[in-house]
Design a protein. Structure first.
Length: 303
């Protein structure tokens, strides 16, 4: 798979799209987050949320709650926030706007922009969770919230190449959420005024995912281009060091770090695979391959 086809595949993923049942296979990885307990993680998919623990891979919620979840994130208080499209058995409007769950994904409630936006990228600043940014794929617009997602304002951007809806990944400085990095087909772009004006930052590689190592200054990113694979930076992307994960015909689109062990990282990919390291990237194991789970998640480095 050449780089152009891989980029198109990433864009396709961004634009596609009670009792728990054992999961034999799943479609698309639209989000990946460790639970705050550290003993499980969740995969947001085209057909709902999956709970992955030492018991195995299980669907969360009844059929009407198994939405096509996009931009899935777990907040510090355990509340889940997401966007996307409703289950075919749901009465919710399409698109979902901003929805939240306070019962670990068993049920979802719209809180903002219901029937108006579909945030395929939803970024929450880790040090100030009142600050959120969303990329609406429906209208190719950037939105910002300063009250934890209840109210949103459109940000009129200048300087981003291509379409705003084609931003693959978005992150902010921890101490200053008005400073943003965006991964686009044309390289990395930076804004220092809350997303209004953008300038080219690095042009020789594309970022398909960003994530901080908990609340440290270490920023993880996956690249396609002059730099390939998973990298880490301690200076907000001015310099990068390889993390020993390079996927020749795939790309990482979601990253999550264990809440109590910075050496443990899981990633989800375009080709619906999930990888895990417990030693900060020196070694990797495969938890799912092309939408089929290989093994359960075993906490405390048990395999």
């Amino acid at each position: 798979m050449n780089k152009r086809i891989l980029i198109i595949a990433i864009l396709f993923l961004l634009t596609a799209c009670g009792e728990s049942d054992h999961v034999e296979s799943f479609m698309h990885v639209h989000g990946l987050e460790f639970d705050h307990s550290g003993d499980r993680f969740y995969v947001a998919t085209h057909h709902g949320l999956i709970d992955v623990s030492e018991k195995g891979w299980y669907k969360v919620g009844k059929d009407e709650e198994q939405h096509d979840l996009m931009g899935f994130t777990i907040l510090q208080d355990g509340k889940m926030i997401s966007s996307g499209h409703p289950s075919h058995k749901s009465d919710l409007e399409n698109p979902l706007g901003v929805i939240v769950s306070e019962d670990k994904g068993e049920s979802w409630t719209p809180i903002a922009l219901h029937g108006e936006v579909d945030f395929h990228v939803l970024h929450v600043n880790k040090r100030n969770e009142n600050i959120m940014y969303g990329i609406d794929s429906y209208h190719s617009e950037l939105y910002k919230s300063v009250d934890g997602g209840d109210q949103w304002d459109q940000v009129v951007t200048e300087g981003l190449p291509g379409s705003v809806g084609e931003v693959y990944a978005l992150t902010t400085r921890l101490e200053n959420p008005d400073v943003l990095l965006a991964g686009t087909e044309f390289g990395l772009f930076i804004s220092e005024d809350g997303g209004l004006k953008w300038d080219e930052y690095q042009k020789d590689f594309i970022a398909t995912a960003f994530e901080y190592v908990n609340e440290s200054e270490l920023l993880l990113a996956y690249f396609i281009g002059e730099k390939e694979g998973l990298h880490v930076s301690d200076d907000f992307g001015q310099t990068w060091v390889s993390m020993n994960l390079q996927l020749e015909e795939d790309a990482v689109t979601y990253i999550s770090v264990h809440p109590f062990n910075d050496d443990e990282i899981i990633v989800g990919t375009v080709q619906q695979s999930v990888y895990r390291t417990t030693d900060l990237g020196r070694n990797w194991e495969v938890l799912a391959t092309e939408g089929e789970p290989n093994q359960a998640y075993h906490p405390n480095n048990e395999t």
